[in-house]
Design a protein around this ligand. Structure first.
Ligand code: NAI
Ligand code: MG
Length: 356
């Protein structure tokens, strides 16, 4: 039976990069019989312009009916002045919450061809291939109570609540261990159990879930040390699993180890294999409309879609190998260009991946 993929190009460079990812999906459909149906919809600023809301009802209906969603990026200066609830970025939060996309998978891979892009020494990062699994719908970003209150003394105080329920920890742990089963079978759970009760529970449940995965080894690390280790010796990790706020910070840090924001895909999964797939970068308004954006992060997001929702690991690897081959040939968009390489635009890069 054919699977439904909802394509949400979004704003800025979104439509340009998503067009290349769609070319790849269409090639897989044509040449390898991949059974997918594509639909498209509006999310973000384009949806605000058309419907007055960043996550309109029509998009909600399509998103709920889809098996997977491929997203470009949302936002831009055009919508910065409008009131908060109508900002494009709110559309992103709304769709994640609506679909309960609680598991954010962010690989940080350094392609050997791009080793010069990293700020770290080549021997520290060459061959880097780690996966951060960040919980996305809980923690201090959503915990109640929250607010700013005035104390009896007249001084004000701001407060948020870090909170995780057992069931929320169990499902993110399962997502991490499932990811590890497809990789090197090592999970490092990152917390602050020396200080926080919520981390104490986190650690206990990590241990319980680990018992169901005897092939996977589990270790624990405090978040401050994890930040240090990511920069000192990132290759020691396979899968890192952590809560929403620690994961927000560590995943950006890990992305930067590779030095190329235009290369990194991500997945946000629910409990039933449905997922939203998108590059980690934003809508890059500074280069939008010029045909120079790097489409590889979005194309690699399609590979994650094939692996995690469509259960087509061989086709996922085919895409990843094609990207490697295109880099071997020396083709580079501006963001990853270096001396002696061939500068190409967005469409040429996408076309080269399809050909490879
Ligand atoms: P950004 O990721 O859009 O851009 C940062 C820098 O990286 C820019 O110089 C940009 O040109 C470059 N860049 C990003 N993607 C690239 C690509 N594929 N190829 C070549 N260069 C690329 O982050 P920024 O500038 O902070 O945000 C711009 C807008 O995007 C804002 O409205 C922001 O809210 C939104 N945003 C949306 C996200 C999403 O949809 N998931 C994530 C992050 C930001
Ligand atoms: Mg962030």
């Amino acid at each position: 039976m054919s699977k439904k993929i909802l394509v949400l190009p979004g704003d800025g460079i979104g439509p340009e990069i998503v067009a290349e990812a769609v070319k790849v999906l269409e090639a897989l459909r044509r040449d390898f019989g991949l059974a997918v149906e594509l639909e498209s919809g509006l999310l973000g600023g384009c949806a605000v312009d058309a419907h007055g809301q960043p996550y309109p009802e029509e998009t909600r209906r399509l998103a709920r009916a889809a098996d997977a969603i491929l997203l470009g990026a949302v936002g831009g200066p055009k919508w910065e002045a409008i009131e908060r609830p109508l900002r494009p970025e709110r559309g992103l939060l709304a769709i994640r919450a609506d679909l309960e996309l609680f598991a954010n998978l962010r690989p940080a891979i350094l392609y050997p061809q791009l080793a010069a892009a990293s700020a770290l020494k080549p021997e520290v990062v060459s061959g880097l291939d780690i996966m951060i699994v960040r919980e996305l719908t809980g923690d201090i970003y959503f915990g109640q109570p929250r607010g700013i209150r005035t104390l009896d003394s007249g001084e004000r105080e701001g407060f948020n609540t870090m909170v995780y329920r057992e069931s929320e920890i169990v499902r993110i742990m399962r997502a991490a261990f499932d990811a590890a089963m497809k990789r090197d079978r090592r999970v490092c759970s990152v917390d602050k159990a020396n200080v926080l009760e919520v981390s104490e529970l986190w650690r206990e449940i990590a241990q319980t879930v680990a018992a169901d995965y005897p092939e996977v080894s589990l270790s624990h690390m405090y978040v401050d040390n994890a930040a240090m280790q990511l920069v000192r010796a990132p290759k020691q990790f396979d899968v890192i699993v952590t809560g929403n706020i620690f994961g927000d910070i560590l995943s950006d840090c890990a992305a930067q180890l590779t030095g190329s924001i235009g290369m990194l895909p991500s997945a946000s999964l629910d409990a039933h294999g449905k997922g939203m797939y998108e590059p980690i970068h934003g809508s890059a308004p500074d280069i939008a409309g010029r045909g120079v954006a790097n489409p590889l992060a979005t194309i690699l997001s399609v590979a994650m879609l094939l692996r995690h929702t469509l259960n087509e690991p061989a086709l996922a690897e085919r895409i990843e190998r094609a990207v490697g081959r295109v880099l071997d040939r020396g083709l580079r968009t501006a963001d990853i260009a270096s001396e002696g390489t061939t500068r190409v635009g967005t469409a040429e890069m996408g076309g080269a991946v399809v050909a490879a």
